[in-house]
Design a binder for this molecule. Structure first.
Ligand code: OGA
Ligand code: MN
Length: 294
């Protein structure tokens, strides 16, 4: 029996949650109920949540361990006081819109590629919780794709072929896809590739998911072109519209997705003209996917 209401958006993927105020401390048992809804739907929408940074952070802490290390370039220029929040905006440290040729802006464009947050970290992300503070008049939706549904719909022969593959992920691979190749030595060292399983299994639900991400640049033991051709093919399958929920933002929406079982991307908007200020709290998973059950 839920103490809040969960309304599915599609029968098996994405749901809207109502009847809960996330700016207040969660009553006991609520965090477990949210986890159960996340297991069931992979992504949850909470409307009209008046959260400042401290409230958004407290809600994250109630659900798990917040990921700390920053996954961006020019970290020192972050706009936000609280470094546990990720600045997902088109704004510079002084609050003005990033210049058309700003390095940070080029880098941020990588969020428009389908990815799973922090898949390039040895211990990747669990939930991402994105909150809308300022939105543009049009565009800038966030899309989430169901990687359990995508796995289930794969041809059994392909499932067999990919089930035990290991991929290498790096933040630099996804940026290179867009032609962004200027990294400092420090960035190259801190974003050296890490290995992750291509298929994840979850004992709690008995389901599998494709663990895809724009951060993938290699499959261990495979020639690079053959690997990237397979990854592209899987990406096309996994992001067919039947697996995608597109979230049109309203101010004070909180969207949570499970990075273990979904991919997501931001959609374009007129980012040289309108501010879009989104803030993300990210929870860390418990272990590398290499340590998870096959
Ligand atoms: C993110 C992300 C996309 C968007 O916050 O991790 O990829 O729509 N965001 O801003
Ligand atoms: Mn992301």
């Amino acid at each position: 029996m839920n103490s809040f209401k969960v309304t599915p958006i599609t029968p098996s993927f994405a749901a809207e949650v109502s009847g809960i105020d996330l700016s207040k401390p969660l009553a006991s048992g609520i965090a477990a109920e949210i986890d159960a809804a996340m297991d069931a739907y992979g992504a949850l929408v909470f409307r009209d949540q008046m959260l400042g940074d401290p409230e958004q952070r407290a809600f994250g802490e109630a659900l798990g361990t917040i990921e700390t290390s920053r996954a961006t370039v020019d970290v020192e220029k972050s706009r936000l006081q609280d470094k546990t929040l990720n600045d997902i905006s088109n704004l510079a440290a002084d609050g003005t819109i990033l210049a058309a040729d700003a390095r940070k802006r080029m880098f941020n464009l990588g969020n428009q590629l389908w990815h799973s947050d922090s898949s390039f970290k040895a211990v990747p992300a669990k939930y991402s919780m994105l909150h809308a503070r300022v939105i543009p008049p049009s565009g800038g939706a966030t899309e989430v794709a169901d990687m359990r549904g995508a796995w289930d719909a794969l041809d059994p022969e392909i499932q067999e072929k990919v089930r035990d593959l290991i991929c290498e992920h790096s933040l630099l691979f996804s940026r290179q896809l867009l032609g962004f190749t200027e990294f400092t030595e420090t960035e190259r060292a801190s974003f050296a590739p890490v290995r992750q399983r291509l298929v994840r299994y979850f004992p709690s639900t008995g389901r599998r998911s494709l663990y895809l991400s724009a951060h993938i640049g290699r499959i261990v033991g495979w020639p690079v072109p053959e690997a990237l051709a397979l990854i592209r093919d899987l990406m096309e399958h996994a992001t067919e519209r039947r697996f995608v929920y597109s979230h049109t933002w309203r101010v004070n929406d909180l969207l949570i997705w499970d990075n273990r079982t979904t991919m997501h991307r931001g959609r374009p908007y007129d980012d040289k003209r309108y501010p879009r200020d989104m803030r993300r709290v990210t929870l860390t998973d418990v272990a590398s996917t290499l340590q998870q059950a096959a």
